[in-house]
Design a protein around this ligand. Structure first.
Ligand SMILES: *Cc1c(COP(=O)(O)O)cnc(C)c1O
Length: 628
C-alpha cells in the first residue's frame, strides 16, 4: 500500500507528489513543509492542522448534492442544514465553519446549555438553530430568550415531561404579552428501525431519546390544548453516527415520513419539516475491501428526497423541508494530526548489532549465508530453513552448547531473513507471511497521546488513516505498531494483520520522520482525555490566499504545565512558590547555580507536557532552542 489507501479515504483532498503528501489545492504545498514551518517557531510536540477550505468543500458538496436531487425530482420543500456542536466545539473550527458557510444559511445544533450559548452567539439571525437532548426549565428558558432575540430556533421535545416544561415556560414568558414569541417546536420520534454499527444506539425502540406513537398522540393533544400547535413544525429522528449501510435509513425515512403525514392530516397544520439527524458516514478505511460505507452522498440525497416525495404524494400532504444535522461528514476531513517519531524500538535487530566471531557454530554460519544470498526465487525455501535452524540453535543454547552471543546472532539473523523475505515476497501476502510480520513488527514511539488525540481508537477501535509525511517514493517495509508517550499500555496502535500498516525503516538520529493521522476533525478533540496530563496539541489554521499561496494563523499552543494543573484546581501560585523556595533555601546549591536553576525552572513551567528533544538531532542543540 504505497499510497496508504489515499484513493479510498482521501476524497481528492491530498495528493502524493514525488516523495511527500501534499494538499491538493492551490499551489499544493506539502504537509511536511507546513509542519517544518511551524516547528521552526519552536512548537515541537504534536500538531493539529486545520484546513478551512475542506470545511467549505463539505458544506458546499452537501448543499449542492441535495439541490441536484431536489431539481431531479422537482421537490417542493427546502433543504436546510445545521452543524451539531457536539462533533467539534473548538473556536478555530466554529469560526471557520461560520465564515465559509455564510451563503448557505447554515446553522448550529445544540445539545447542552453551553452549546446553546455558542449557537445563540455564533449563528446569524435567521439561520436555523435546533436544540436537542435533555433539557431543564432553564435551558428551555434560554430557547425562549433566543426566540425573542429574533433567532430561528427549534426546540426538539425528547419526552412528554419536557413538553410540560415548555408549556409552563411559555406561560411565564408570554402570558401577559400581546405579541407572544416562542421557539418553534419539533418532536423527536422513537423509531422502530435502528442503524447498524458501533455508533447505532441512537435509534430504535430501546434508544435513549424520542416519543413512542402513543406519546406522540398525547403530545399532539397537549400542544392543541395549550394553543401551541401552530409552533409544532418539525419531526426529528437520528439513527446513529457513521451509518455503514443505507438500508436502515430508508426504513427510518418511511417511518418518519408516514408519521409526518399522519400528524399533518390529523390537524398539525404548521408541520412542515423532517429533520433526518446526522449519521452520514466518512470513509476512514485505508484498505481495499474494508470500506466503511456502502453508499454515496448522491444516493443518500436521492433516497431522502424520493422517499419524502413518495409518501407526501400518497398521503396528499405538502412535501416537507428536509433538515440534516450531519456533523462527522462536515468536520472529519478538516483536521490532520501530525506527530513526530521519537524512536524505533526494534533497532537491536539491525545488522550492526551482529557480534559474529572468527569461528561461529556451523548453523550460524549457515544462517549468515542464507541471509546474504537470499533472493526472491529462493526466499520461501530459505525462510523455512532459517526458522528451522533457529529452533535447533535455541535448543543448543538451552543445552549449553552455544553462548549468549551466538543466541543474539541467531535472533538478529533470523529477524533479518524474515524481514528480507517479506520484502521480497511482498505481493504474495500468504497467511504464513502475515503471521511472521507480527514477529518482526517495528515499534514506532510517537510524540502524542492516543487518549488525547484519537480517543475513538482507544475506546472503539475506530481506525484513522495514517501516512508518513515523506519518503513516499519508496516502499515502506516495516510492519509497524505505534506507541504513544503515555505510561499506559493501552496507548498503542498495534500491528493488525487484517489492516496492516507498513512504515519506513529510518534512523531517527539522522533524520526526522513524521506521521499524519487524517480525518480527525470530528469528535476526537473534545472527547480527548488528559490522561497523564497530556493536553490538546498545538493547533494552527492553514488558509489559502487568492494567489494560491498559503498562510498560517490561529496558532494556539498546547497548554503549559501550570495551566493544566490549574485546570485540576491546584493552587499553582503556591506550587510555583514552593518550587522556587526549595531552590532558594537549599544549602546544597551555590548562589550562582541557584540563579541558573531558577531560570531553567521558569522556562520549563512555561512549556507543555509533550517531549521536545528526544531526537538526538535536537538534543545537541539543547536548552537554547527550548527557550524560543
Ligand atoms: C450526534 C448527533 C448528530 C451528528 O451525527 P453525525 O454522525 O456526526 O453526523 C446529529 N443529530 C443528533 C441528534 C445527534 O445526537
Amino acid at each position: 500500500m504505497k499510497n496508504f489507501g489515499l484513493h479510498i479515504w482521501g476524497d481528492e483532498n491530498f495528493v502524493i507528489q514525488n516523495d511527500t503528501i501534499n494538499i491538493n489545492h492551490a499551489q499544493k504545498p506539502s504537509l511536511l513543509q507546513i509542519t517544518k514551518e511551524i516547528r521552526e517557531k519552536g512548537y515541537k510536540g504534536p500538531l493539529l492542522l486545520r484546513f478551512p477550505h475542506l470545511i467549505k468543500k463539505q458544506i458546499s458538496t452537501l448543499f449542492d448534492t441535495f439541490d441536484k436531487a431536489k431539481k431531479e425530482f422537482d421537490y417542493q420543500g427546502d433543504f436546510k442544514a445545521v452543524f451539531p456542536l457536539k462533533v467539534n466545539q473548538f473556536p478555530n473550527f466554529i469560526h471557520a465553519l461560520m465564515d465559509v458557510s455564510k451563503t448557505y444559511n447554515y446553522g448550529l445544533e445544540a445539545g447542552s446549555k453551553a452549546e446553546l450559548i455558542i449557537a445563540m452567539s455564533k449563528t446569524p439571525l435567521g439561520a436555523p438553530i435546533t436544540v436537542n437532548g435533555f433539557k431543564d426549565k432553564e435551558m428551555i428558558g434560554l430557547c425562549f430568550i433566543a426566540a425573542k432575540m429574533g433567532h430561528n430556533i427549534t426546540v426538539t421535545i425528547e419526552g412528554l415531561t419536557e413538553l410540560e416544561t415548555i408549556i409552563q415556560v411559555n406561560k411565564e414568558f408570554n402570558d401577559t404579552l400581546e405579541n407572544p414569541v416562542s421557539p418553534k417546536i419539533g418532536v423527536r420520534i422513537r423509531l422502530h428501525s435502528a442503524g447498524i454499527g458501533i455508533w447505532a444506539k441512537s435509534g430504535g425502540y430501546s434508544s435513549k431519546f424520542g416519543l413512542t406513537s402513543t406519546e406522540l398522540l398525547e403530545a399532539y393533544e397537549m400542544l392543541k390544548k395549550h394553543t401551541l400547535l401552530d409552533k409544532f413544525w418539525m419531526i426529528h429522528f437520528h439513527i446513529g453516527s457513521q451509518m455503514a449501510d443505507i438500508a436502515p435509513l430508508k426504513k427510518a425515512l418511511r417511518e418518519a415520513g408516514n408519521i409526518y403525514a399522519e400528524l399533518k392530516n390529523r390537524g398539525a397544520e404548521a408541520l412542515g419539516a423532517i429533520n433526518i439527524g446526522g449519521g452520514l458516514a466518512v470513509e476512514y478505511s485505508q484498505h481495499e475491501g474494508k470500506q466503511e460505507r456502502n453508499y454515496s452522498l448522491n444516493e443518500f440525497a436521492n433516497d431522502v428526497v424520493y422517499l419524502m416525495q413518495e409518501i407526501s404524494k400518497r398521503k396528499g400532504v405538502a412535501e416537507p423541508d428536509i433538515f440534516t444535522e450531519s456533523g462527522r461528514y462536515i468536520a472529519a476531513s478538516h483536521a490532520v494530526l501530525i506527530a513526530p517519531v521519537l524512536e524505533l524500538f526494534s533497532q537491536e535487530y539491525h545488522e550492526k548489532g551482529l557480534r559474529l566471531k572468527k569461528v561461529n557454530p556451523p548453523l550460524i554460519e549457515e544462517l549468515h549465508d542464507l541471509y546474504t544470498s537470499l533472493s526472491r526465487e529462493h526466499a520461501r525455501e530459505y525462510l523455512h530453513d532459517a526458522l528451522d535452524h533457529m529452533e535447533s540453535l535455541l535448543t543448543l543454547f538451552d543445552l549449553g552448547y552455544i553462548d549468549l552471543e551466538d543466541r543474539s546472532n541467531t535472533e538478529i539473523l533470523v529477524n533479518l531473513i524474515i524481514k528480507k523475505s517479506i520484502a521480497l515476497l511482498h505481493n504474495e501476502g500468504t497467511d504464513e507471511l502475515k503471521k511472521l510480520q507480527d514477529r518482526i513488527q517495528e515499534k514506532y514511539l510517537l510524540n502524542f497521546s492516543t487518549f488525547q488525540s484519537l480517543p475513538d481508537f482507544w475506546g472503539l477501535k475506530q481506525h484513522f488513516p495514517i501516512v508518513p509525511l515523506d519518503k513516499l517514493d519508496s516502499e515502506p517495509t516495516n510492519p509497524a505498531s505505534i506507541w504513544d508517550i503515555t505510561c499506559d499500555s493501552d496507548g498503542e496502535i498495534g500491528f493488525d494483520r487484517e489492516l496492516p500498516l507498513y512504515l519506513h525503516d529510518i534512523d531517527v538520529s539522522k533524520e526526522e520522520y513524521f506521521l499524519a493521522f487524517f480525518l480527525t476533525g470530528a469528535y476526537q478533540e473534545v472527547l480527548g482525555m488528559q490522561h497523564n496530563l497530556f493536553t490538546h496539541p498545538t493547533e494552527a489554521m492553514v488558509h489559502f490566499k487568492e494567489d494560491g499561496s498559503y498562510h498560517i494563523d490561529g496558532l494556539i499552543e498546547a497548554q503549559n504545565l501550570l495551566d493544566v494543573l490549574d485546570d485540576l484546581d491546584y493552587d499553582t501560585n503556591l506550587m510555583d512558590k514552593t518550587l522556587k523556595y526549595q531552590i532558594e533555601e537549599s544549602t546544597l546549591i551555590s548562589k550562582e547555580e541557584k540563579r541558573e536553576l531558577l531560570g531553567k525552572l521558569y522556562l520549563f513551567l512555561s512549556e507543555n507536557s509533550y517531549l521536545k528533544t528526544a531526537n538526538p538531532l535536537e538534543l545537541s542543540r539543547g536548552f537554547e532552542s527550548s527557550a524560543e
